[in-house]
Ligand binder design. Structure first.
Ligand code: ZN
Length: 190
């Protein structure tokens, strides 16, 4: 499966000169939700990710919002249930009647892993319940090998998305006009 092509086809990977909400600049803009918005693509990605599990877990667990669709599709592929975590007062928690049993094997699924911070917060929640983190999966790995999750981890696509300070941006230096992702100009180009 060519994941980069899938992203390009769905306008989920844009190439150009972008002003990010962080104030930094990049030559790429990635929006995983635009691929996962296509049920067929989401299902196919879920199947591919599910096949990366060394052994069948008891359940899939994802942090909301990014992990919701892909977690559900991985769970469908594996034939197990899917729970999600959400933040309450800044802490990652299970709500809605979701509860982990001691000893259950959990695979944590995300759309994108960047720093791995939220993934590790989900691990802590699993371990605090006496359950076991069997591994982690993501569609996209943006960590450049720096996430150090400490469990078996697989992603379908490893991609580097640069983020430059405006004064260090090579595209600004080259005089390329910058656009905000999602703006009218960028859509016309994409
Ligand atoms: Zn720039």
């Amino acid at each position: 499966m060519n994941v980069e092509k899938l992203f390009l086809d769905h306008g989920a990977l844009l190439k150009g000169h972008f002003l990010l909400s962080s104030g930094l600049h990049s030559d790429r803009y990635l929006q995983c939700a635009l691929v996962l918005a296509q049920p067929g693509a989401a299902e196919a990605l879920g199947r591919e990710l599910g096949a990366r599990c060394a052994e069948k877990p008891d359940l899939v667990l994802s942090p909301a919002m990014g992990g919701l669709m892909i977690g559900h599709e991985v769970a469908r592929a594996l034939g197990v249930r899917h729970y999600f975590t959400e933040r309450a007062d800044g802490t990652m928690v299970l709500r809605r009647g979701f509860a982990l049993k001691p000893g259950e094997k959990v695979v944590v699924v995300e759309d994108v892993v960047t720093t791995g911070k939220s993934t590790k917060e989900v691990f802590e929640l699993v371990r605090a319940a006496g359950a076991e983190v069997a591994g982690a999966l993501s569609v996209v790995d943006r960590s450049e090998g720096k996430s150090n999750l400490g469990v078996p981890y697989a992603a379908l696509w490893a991609v580097s998305v640069p983020a430059w300070k405006p004064e260090e941006c090579p595209l600004c230096k080259a005089g390329v006009p910058a656009v905000k992702p999602g703006s009218r100009t960028e859509k016309k180009n994409g």
